[in-house]
Design a protein. Structure first.
Length: 166
């Protein structure tokens, strides 16, 4: 859904800037719940207040709930069939491609410097190989970003122009 949100909210409707979308994805991933619902609530609230947030959340959540209930009702009967298992493998590949596509679209605003790129690569590798729970990786990445931000704010403009040597 992330590439679709990018296309609809930023490119087509101009409801958010790319920077707002990047920030929104970052915050939505840290909040409990579905990223799409968190994003919908934010955008709905931004444009129509509390009622907009509620309606947006319902618009994103209800169709998924209905589909999941229908699939769950019938999937247990078909889960052992080889073609169904292969279809789910194909779906995993498609989802991975969509996520990578979203990363490439958002990289110019999210990967703004070397430390951000290093954090991204580290989190990506650790999450792919499941060495740590994703929630912990997100929290640690956020703390690293905050620490880098605080360190940078602590530098004065004179420090930057002299190459940081004192």
């Amino acid at each position: 859904m992330l590439p679709m949100f990018q296309r609809e909210l930023v490119d087509k409707n101009k409801w958010l800037t790319e920077e707002e979308m990047t920030d929104l994805f970052s915050v939505s991933q840290c909040l409990p719940g579905i990223i799409a619902a968190n994003t919908a609530i934010f955008v709905g609230h931004k444009h129509r207040g509390v009622l907009g947030g509620i309606v947006s959340a319902l618009g994103v959540i209800l169709p998924s709930v209905v589909v999941v209930l229908l699939v769950a009702a019938f999937l247990s009967n078909f889960a052992d069939i080889i073609i169904v298992q292969k279809a789910f493998t194909g779906l995993r590949v498609c989802v991975s491609v969509l996520i990578i596509n979203a990363v490439f679209k958002l990289r110019k605003h999210a990967l703004i410097d070397i430390p951000a790129a290093i954090i991204f690569v580290a989190v990506f590798i650790l999450s792919v190989y499941m060495l740590f729970p994703v929630a912990i990786l997100i929290a640690v990445a956020g703390v690293c970003g905050l620490v880098i931000s605080v360190i940078r704010k602590g530098r004065s403009p004179e420090d930057s122009s002299s190459g940081g040597a004192t």
